[in-house]
Ligand binder design. Structure first.
Ligand code: ATP
Ligand code: MG
Length: 360
């Protein structure tokens, strides 16, 4: 996967900008608040159809403008693509690929695959489960188009169910219908999450071991509301979830909230058998997140036959020399974007392009 050329119009602090990238390491450097992260966000936009910081498309549109445009030419397995995204302040975005309009964001996801690693990920281990689920969801969505649709279906069902539970006297028949929908769609979703966490775990364990010089064993586990989901089929998970939903029905009616489902699950990280959330040091946590992100890269490469584009926002400054050079030497044969305030200090590889950013 290679991003070749990015064109921005009225996108955040860029009024009109064209950028060409190299297939190796692209280092985007400059002072604070100049627009480095904005470039990564624009590249990322083509993978998930939205920015990694922006809650709303309108935030991506330059202040005082009505409309922004971003266009990216990229290639996947030697085939060239041109995608264009037009963002509006007050209506839905318009996406096209090779000049053919795309109606749903779900049809964009999976074409241009990236792994994004920014400073907010450094809290992945300690923060709440939402971040960990979100990270997993972004990864699997890019690999399985159906996953993203299933995820939005589940969200809608849970919203409807919560609304129903908040009513004065919730209709039991309606509740049963929603529970059945929830169980049947979630089976596949939970099965995928559990499978991908297992696959990631294999890579992450090896990486953690290597980075820590053999002293740390990492294991990851998907914690489902049905108990151990490893090795179960989607149908088996659905069956167990039906049972769980029946069991918690009284509690849900009392608390007026959906108590079990994919929106309440988590991923556990263990270092040498102990839960990282409670016991890992800051440095160990960084190593875990680094192992996790590099595992995602390896997994994507394995699943699709193509390496994703890696976006590292302000990460190098968070890593010590040893880990910095581990990243640069470990990640070969793929395109990387790195933002930093100065390039001094890290060993530049021969396949590097430097892009200096000043006031957009
Ligand atoms: P740092 O080194 O601090 O991370 P950065 O170079 O990554 O800085 P960005 O986050 O890319 O900086 O860009 C921030 C700049 O973009 C800020 O000056 C901000 O005001 C501006 N900006 C963000 N959104 C918009 C927008 N919608 N319209 C205009 N300017 C914007
Ligand atoms: Mg930044």
């Amino acid at each position: 996967m290679l991003a070749h050329r990015l064109v921005l119009e009225n996108f955040r602090n860029y009024t009109a900008q064209e950028l060409e990238f190299c297939p190796g390491v692209n280092i985007i450097y400059g002072d604070n608040a100049q627009g480095k992260t904005n470039i990564l966000e624009a590249v990322y936009l083509f993978s998930m159809g939205k920015g990694f910081r922006a809650k709303k498309d309108a935030e991506l549109v330059q202040h005082g403008r009505e409309e922004a445009r971003a266009a990216l030419t990229f290639s996947d397995a030697g085939r060239d693509w041109e995608a264009e995204i037009r963002l509006f302040r007050s209506r839905r975005k318009a996406i096209s690929v090779n000049e053919v309009p795309i109606r749903l964001t779900s049809e964009l996801i999976g074409r241009f695959r990236v792994i994004y690693f920014g400073p907010e990920y450094l809290g992945l281990i300690k923060e709440g489960p939402r971040q960990r689920r979100r990270n997993t969801d972004i990864l699997i969505s890019q690999l399985r188009p159906r996953y993203f649709s299933a995820l939005s279906d589940v969200k809608k069902i849970i919203d409807s169910k919560n609304a129903l539970l908040k009513m004065e006297r919730p209709n039991k028949a309606m509740l049963e219908i929603l529970n059945e929908k929830l169980a049947s769609i979630s089976g596949e979703l939970i099965a995928w999450r559990s499978q991908y966490i297992q696959k990631l775990n294999q890579y992450a364990a090896a990486l953690q071991n290597e980075i820590s010089g053999g002293s740390e064993t990492l294991s990851m586990e998907y914690l489902s509301c049905i108990g151990a989901a490893d090795g179960l089929s989607a149908e088996e998970i659905t069956q167990k979830l039906r049972q769980r939903l029946e069991n918690v029905e009284r509690r849900e009616l009392e608390n007026r909230e959906t108590a079990v489902g994919p929106h309440r699950e988590d991923i556990a990280y263990l270092i040498n058998g102990r839960e990282a959330k409670s016991f890992a040091s800051q440095g160990q946590q960084k190593t875990i997140v680094l192992s996790q992100k590099l595992s995602e890269v390896a997994l994507m490469r394995e699943e699709t036959g193509e390496a994703p584009v890696l976006l590292l926002d302000d990460i190098m400054s968070e890593l010590d020399r040893k880990r910095q050079s581990f990243v640069l030497s470990h990640i070969r044969d793929m395109q990387i974007f790195i933002t930093c305030t100065d390039t001094e200090g890290f060993a530049l590889r021969e396949d590097t392009r430097l892009l200096k950013v000043e006031n957009g």
